[in-house]
Design a protein around this ligand. Structure first.
Ligand SMILES: NC(=O)C1=CN([C@@H]2O[C@H](COP(=O)(O)OP(=O)(O)OC[C@H]3O[C@@H](n4cnc5c(N)ncnc54)[C@H](OP(=O)(O)O)[C@@H]3O)[C@@H](O)[C@H]2O)C=CC1
Ligand SMILES: O=C1O[C@H](COP(=O)(O)O)[C@@H](O)[C@H](O)[C@H]1O
Length: 479
């Protein structure tokens, strides 16, 4: 692996502490980082090197998969970390940053390969890339890559404008737009699961599949991120990126992938084939407080700090999508995601058509289901019908595989390892992002005009009843 500098904008932020440092440390412990590397944290907070290193150590104690007991190894990792105090809106200070990076490169024999990770508010993505460009920080004799956090844009227009700005500093193949759902082990496994198992490959089409249901339910509320979430809602926070990526990863059909770009090309074709959705097929809702005997047990969305009391932000979205390809014609894809729901669960459920062999009790048969569990546990469940040995009646049985006992690396580990290797397969290409915004844009407008009304659901429930009715109207129910 090539030596490199990893320049992290947003080094004091929540994501850096919870995900990025632990992922880097885990990769280091697994010998998946280059021999020579340097992590340069960038933030406004005034910190010296020791203070910065100790905040990173705290985050490793709390969040890393590997134990930090090996003191020598931990120290060796921490010594690779340094910090520069920069306000990214100040063009001048990029010259200092550049001098610092060059100093590190020379001192540690790092060559001239640079990864820039933008783990900052999306409002800063364009100013950072502009200043990287203007200051010459992006002029390297080696390779350079930029990892950009989500959301990429606020709507179609702003996403296009941001992309043009970023393209002034980096070419498309140097841009790694991160969608951490694409790093989740079971999502990375999907393509293999289908293409490496002829039994699944042969049934993966509208011949046998009745519908696909993709759920990403959360129990948490907006936490400390209300200022971001108020402008985002579930539609931008989850649907435009993670949910559409899950749809594409489920629908992609490849027997044998030939090249890195093939998966992306296939996804782009699918995204292009998603039909515009009519307002009746989209449900938006917001959670209300949960009270028991007049006591508030869980706050409603509008009670959360930083949220307007008359906010109409969506904290739940469900929708029906139709992919207009020969494989998926006639198979509805239902998606739902929301905050403050009963349980944390991300899964893909493939419901198969009714039995074609109308045996005497086929009408009692439950549908066959293939459930791909993504979070909190990885695994696969297949629901089949069996005969009860005593009553002789049909009963659904489950064949289960669970990977929860394995110590699986986190999404960010997979994605960072790929970016360091220069493999963009599981990052989103601009064409995918643009098509996703194109599909979402009319829905955003229908939210604004109230053509899609706002419904409510009590915190701790399964979401609004309108989401159940959406499926009922197609003859199905959520699994
Ligand atoms: N947190 C999460 O769970 C997730 C976050 N993301 C995305 O990751 C990105 C980062 O999020 P998160 O870590 O939560 O954000 P935080 O608000 O916790 O951190 C923001 C970081 O940006 C730095 N920063 C802000 N303004 C400036 C400035 N003018 N100059 C230099 N640095 C600045 C802050 O440094 P300082 O305080 O020193 O100024 C801080 O390190 C966002 O794009 C978010 O959408 C994506 C998925 C999940
Ligand atoms: O990107 C985001 O994802 C998280 C949910 O991620 P998960 O890995 O826990 O399923 C969500 O809470 C957050 O609002 C969103 O920005």
């Amino acid at each position: 692996m090539d030596p490199m500098s990893f320049i992290l904008f947003g080094a004091t932020g929540d994501l850096a502490k919870r995900k990025i440092y632990p992922a880097l440390f885990n990769l280091y412990m697994d010998n998946k980082l280059p021999e020579a590397f340097s992590v340069i944290g960038v933030g406004r907070e005034s910190l010296n090197k020791k203070e910065f290193q100790s905040t990173v150590i705290d985050s490793l104690y709390e969040f890393s998969r590997h134990s930090t007991d090996d003191k020598a190894k931990k120290l060796a990792f921490v010594q690779k970390l340094s910090y520069v105090n920069v306000d990214v809106t100040d063009e001048e200070s990029f010259n200092e940053l550049k001098a610092f990076v060059e100093g590190q490169e020379e001192g540690a024999g790092l060559g001239n390969n640079r990864i820039f990770y933008l783990s900052v508010s999306p409002a800063l993505f364009d100013v950072i890339t502009t200043n990287i460009n203007k200051s010459g920080l992006g002029d390297t004799s080696g390779w350079k890559r930029v990892i950009i956090e989500k959301p990429f844009g606020h709507d179609l227009k702003s996403a296009r404008a941001l992309n043009s700005t970023v393209l002034r500093a980096f070419s498309e193949d140097e841009i790694y737009r991160i969608d951490h759902y694409l790093g989740k082990p079971m999502v990375q496994n999907l393509e293999t699961l289908i293409s490496a198992n002829p039994v699944l490959q042969s049934i993966w089409s509208n011949q046998l599949i009745a519908n696909v249901q993709i759920t990403a339910n959360e129990t948490v509320g907006v936490g400390t991120r209300s200022s971001y979430y108020e402008h985002s809602g579930a539609i931008r926070d989850m649907v435009q990126n993670h949910m559409l990526q899950l749809v594409m990863m489920t629908a992609v059909r490849m027997s044998e992938r030939q090249s890195v770009s093939e998966l992306r090309d296939e996804k782009i074709k699918l995204m292009n084939a998603i039909e515009p959705t009519s307002p009746e097929d989209v449900i938006r809702a917001q959670y209300t407080r949960l009270t028991i005997q007049d006591e508030t047990i869980v706050s409603g969305y509008t009670d959360e700090s930083g949220v307007r009391s008359d906010s109409t932000t969506d904290t739940f979205v469900a929708a029906r999508l139709q992919i207009n390809t020969p494989t998926w014609q006639g198979v509805p894809f239902f998606i739902r995601t929301g905050k403050r729901l009963r349980s944390k669960e991300t899964k893909i459920v493939v419901e198969f058509k009714d039995s074609l062999n109308l045996s005497q009790n086929a009408s009692d048969a439950a549908p066959n289901l293939l459930v791909i569990h993504i979070n909190p546990n990885d695994g696969v469940t297949l629901q089949l019908n069996s005969k009860h040995p005593l009553t002789g009646e049909l009963e659904p049985i489950k064949v289960e595989f669970s990977a929860s006992h394995r110590e699986t690396p986190e999404a960010y580990e997979f994605l960072l390892a790929d970016a360091i290797k220069g493999d963009p397969t599981f990052f989103t290409h601009w064409d995918e992002v643009e098509l996703a915004w194109q599909w979402i844009q009319p829905i955003l407008e229908q939210f604004d005009s109230n053509t899609i009304p706002l419904h409510y659901y009590q915190a701790g429930t399964n979401g609004p009843e309108e989401a159940d009715k959406l499926l009922e109207s197609y003859g199905y129910k959520w699994w």
